[in-house]
Design a protein around this ligand. Structure first.
Ligand code: AHG
Ligand code: MN
Ligand code: MN
Ligand code: MN
Length: 289
């Protein structure tokens, strides 16, 4: 699958070429530093290092007007303003699941290419995807046409599936947050799902979503009693993942509507995130009405 838009191809190639270096660079950077990100979370050394590496490389690409990440407060203006030109804005979660560094479990890098200035609605995405640092480093890339999966090695990407689609029959589920902190309505929905599907929850959005894309099912990090807006970030996690799963034939939701339709107020807005088979997401929205 060739990516028609040369700027999107450059962004994707930059991230896929950086993936091997990021994976290698996790070694020796697994500790936390005495800094917080804009979401108020303690940063891992690898969070900041991966962000710096990607910011330097992506911000200098022709056609990129803005770079923003979960790890930095402000947008980097690095070219024409995407609001007034055909430049794109790139939003990145440089290291998703960095709490898994300590336990050596899966992590990822998430990106979204917005055809608008940030913060922007997910509907303005023209491409999105992620790198999964699993036993094999893979990359899933969604554009308006299709969703494709690649294996990455030595800076090259080799196609393994040129038409990734969500399997019709759901098999796995994963829900974040603690059960006592779920709302009553969500807990009731979760109880039904627990009797129907197999639990797969690894503490990194990308690893859990990749299981849903592979086997069918649903992932959710719901609104909690203690944090009604949930934990995950709309610009850097919810929108890109929502775009990938919707392009693969599934649905996304913040509990009420597609994540891509949510109007952001702030660059670091959090949102409840639900993705997976359409019938399950329809059921969820009904349960939360
Ligand atoms: P990040 O490491 O980018 O901050 O993301 C962590 C997120 C997401 O990857 C995952 O789904 C969720 O945090 C896990 O949260 P819990 O540790 O509360 O399960
Ligand atoms: Mn984080
Ligand atoms: Mn993340
Ligand atoms: Mn992160």
């Amino acid at each position: 699958m060739t990516i028609k838009d040369p700027v999107v191809e450059d962004v994707v190639a930059t991230i896929s070429r950086s993936a091997t270096e990021i994976r290698q660079g996790l070694i020796g950077r697994r500790g936390t530093i005495d800094e917080e990100n804009p979401s108020g979370e303690t940063q891992a050394e690898a969070d900041v290092w991966a962000d710096g590496l990607l910011a330097d490389r992506i911000a200098e690409l022709d056609g990129v007007g803005q770079y923003a990440s979960e790890e930095r407060t402000d947008v980097i203006d690095c070219g024409d303003d995407p609001a007034e030109s055909d430049a794109y804005a790139i939003a990145v979660d440089p290291l998703d699941g960095s709490s898994n560094l300590k336990s050596n479990n899966t992590m990822g890098t998430i990106f979204g290419v917005y055809d608008a200035a940030l913060p922007a609605r997910g509907e303005t995405l023209i491409a999105a995807g992620y790198v999964l640092y699993g036993p094999i480093t893979t990359m899933v890339i969604a554009t308006d046409e299709t969703v494709a999966e690649y294996e990455l090695s030595g800076g090259e990407r080799a196609i393994v599936d040129s038409d990734v689609t969500l399997p019709g029959e759901p098999v796995v589920y994963g829900f974040g947050g603690r059960v006592p902190d779920w709302t009553d309505d969500f807990r009731e929905y979760a109880r039904e799902i627990e009797h129907e599907l197999k639990l797969r929850y690894g503490g990194a959005l990308i690893g859990d979503v990749n299981q849903v894309l592979t086997y069918g099912g649903t992932f959710g990090y719901p609104a909690l009693e203690s944090r009604p807006v949930g934990k995950l970030r709309l610009q850097f996690e919810g929108n890109p993942i929502g775009y990938v799963v919707e392009r693969a034939g599934g649905r996304s939701s913040n509990g009420e509507r597609s994540l891509l339709a949510v109007e952001p107020e702030d660059l670091h807005d959090r949102t409840p995130v639900h993705v997976g088979n359409a019938a399950l997401i329809d059921r969820l929205e009904k349960a939360l009405e």
